[in-house]
Design a protein. Structure first.
Length: 587
């Protein structure tokens, strides 16, 4: 009542202003009510819009009788984007004859080599893998049809994970549950055909037990840090040793699966059965030496690193970031030095070569690039305000009236292919596009004049235009070439809590969740939004791909790569290690 009395008593000019404000407010709220807003809490929304490639590796030696069951289980996977690489390690049975039935299967590659035992076979297989993620399986075991699908989902939910793993069934030679001796302490109390594995990776190194078992998936990036090498001198524990070394590059995460994802076969002809019966003393001796050696590797990785920056990288301006890390900077007489340089003739054994976009881990002994780590993008804190749609009073007349989905980006368009943008505009006339630019681009202004479904905002600071971002239904990637623009687009999507659309021919975004590929035509669903739980995952990716996160990854990857270079390896009692022969493709 008091407001009404004050309004009546006010002057005509004030009355006009208040009426105008009220009408605009009603129009704003009406437009907002009818605007396209994805429902992030829909029960049928999908986390993974893309299918990153998975390499499934299978070394085989003399298991022709059961290998077919194992291979068929790979072909029955509900996850479609897989490559299957089979390596016959000099089998003496009729394995190659049995494998002929797969000669016309497009995603199977078959190789053969002279017998060099399991570790060497695994190393060779890793050199042949091209997937974003890798797993390997034995010829006598069977995958559950949904294993790959489940493990891919969990590794993408956990960006800090180097590997994810799950519980398994135990079966005998007749494919039925096996209740004989096999990891009895880990048997499910109510369902003893299931082995329940430790749900923490912290105790992995304190004993001589590899509890990860056979249902696992890891990132190729982390595998590359180890160069995919399985040790020839520790047969029977090569996988255990590998997981321990891999653990230095990232977490090993249990997927908490109620239903097992793998059928682990126990039979008299398996290598593990032979080691645990006929060669048990020899095997236990190797495991105990490995346990002691692992403590030395852990100590090496825990030594405080000294970051050495030569004169060539002074312009990188990373000193302020390094001060936030538990390291030394350019100290003398340190035990562990990590060198950063732009000098391609650097003579250090292991170092990081710095270029415009990456820190590249180099090993001069192997004369090869080990792994590339993007330098990272820092996302302004203002970006996060766009997660709350229409939470602010400020609005854009040219955006609030749009009732169709709006796809937007914020990049530097200096070298952008504007012809490709025009194709997308024409094929998606029912969608609005917004380009927020760090510079002014005359070519994009010309596109705006020709097409009615695009808005252009030039000369804007990246990450700070949250008022504009809040109108975006999704983020779109327009730049398939510039790696910095790709990361900026990805971080903008995660910061605003939006899904990201990208060209189907650009595989960069495959391994990230909340991304959706398109082939010119873009499709929408109101159930594809994101929720508060998703934001937590997005925040992990933002942290991992920040400038500080990339430097932390540099230290972690350096530790994993060098953990055996400065410590004497124990002498394991093994049979003579065979000469190395390269595998040959037969299909």
């Amino acid at each position: 009542m008091k407001k009404i009395i004050n309004f009546i008593k006010s002057s005509k000019e004030i009355k006009k202003e208040k009426i105008k404000f009220y009408m605009n407010r009603v129009k704003f709220l009406h437009n907002r009510e009818n605007k396209y807003i994805p429902d992030g809490h829909s029960s049928n929304r999908v986390l993974l819009g893309t299918l990153p490639k998975v390499s499934i590796l299978m070394p085989i030696y003399n298991h022709a009788d059961v290998a077919i069951f194992s291979i068929d289980s790979l072909l029955k996977q509900t996850y479609s984007n897989i490559e299957i690489i089979i390596l016959d390690d000099g089998s003496k049975d009729n394995l190659l004859e049995k494998l002929k039935k797969y000669k016309d299967v497009s995603n199977i590659k078959i190789y053969t080599q002279k017998n060099q035992k399991l570790p060497r076979a695994l190393t060779h297989l890793h050199q042949l893998a091209s997937g974003d993620f890798i797993t390997w399986t034995s010829a006598d075991n069977i995958m559950h049809p949904k294993m790959i699908e489940n493990l891919v989902r969990h590794i993408m939910l956990n960006p800090e994970a180097a590997l994810v793993y799950g519980d398994v069934y135990v079966i005998g030679k007749n494919n039925r549950p096996y209740y004989g001796p096999c990891r009895d302490v880990d048997r499910d109390f109510k369902n003893p055909k299931i082995i329940r594995l430790s749900q923490s990776d912290k105790p992995l190194s304190i004993g001589t037990d590899n509890y990860i078992n056979a249902s696992f998936l890891y990132r190729k990036e982390n595998s590359d840090v180890l160069m995919g090498i399985y040790k020839d001198d520790i047969i029977g524990a090569e996988d255990y040793d590998y997981w321990l070394r891999l653990q230095k590059s990232g977490n090993l995460v249990h997927v908490n699966n109620i239903k097992p994802l793998y059928y682990y076969r126990v039979h008299d002809n398996s290598m593990s059965h032979e080691l645990e019966t006929k060669k048990i003393k020899e095997h236990q001796s190797r495991l105990e030496k490995l346990r002691i050696y692992e403590q030395d590797r852990i100590k090496w990785c825990n030594i405080r690193a000294n970051i050495v920056l030569d004169e060539s990288v002074v312009s990188e301006n990373i000193d302020d970031l390094l001060l936030q890390m538990p390291i030394y900077i350019n100290e003398k007489n340190c035990e562990k030095n990590i060198y950063f340089t732009k000098n391609t003739t650097n003579k250090e054994k292991v170092y990081y070569l710095v270029d415009n976009d990456y820190y590249i881990l180099k090993n001069s002994e192997h004369k090869k690039e080990i792994v590339k780590i993007f330098k990272g993008v820092d996302l302004p804190r203002e970006t996060y305000k766009a997660r709350n749609l229409f939470s602010h009073a400020f609005y854009h007349d040219d955006l609030i009236r749009i009732k169709t989905p709006i796809l937007g980006c914020h990049i530097n368009t200096k070298n952008l292919d504007v012809k490709n943008i025009e194709k997308i505009l024409i094929e998606n006339s029912d969608i609005y596009f917004v380009i927020v630019d760090e510079i002014y681009n005359k070519n994009i202004e010309e596109i705006v004049k020709k097409h009615s479904n695009i808005v252009y905002y030039p000369n804007k600071i990246y990450g700070k235009e949250y008022q504009i971002y809040s109108y975006f239904s999704r983020i779109i990637n327009f730049d398939n070439l510039n790696i910095l623009n790709k990361y900026k687009t990805l971080m903008l999507a995660y910061g605003t809590g939006r899904r990201l659309n990208y060209d189907i021919n650009d595989s960069f975004f495959n391994k990230f969740p909340f991304t959706v590929s398109f082939n010119i035509k873009i499709n929408f669903s109101k159930s594809d939004g994101t929720s508060n739980g998703d934001y937590k995952i997005m925040d992990k990716y933002i942290e991992d791909n920040s400038r500080l996160g990339s430097l932390n990854k540099c230290v972690k990857f350096y530790n994993a790569h060098t953990q055996e270079m400065f410590i004497e390896r124990p002498k394991y009692i093994v049979d003579n290690i065979s000469k190395e022969y390269e595998p040959k493709r037969i299909k």
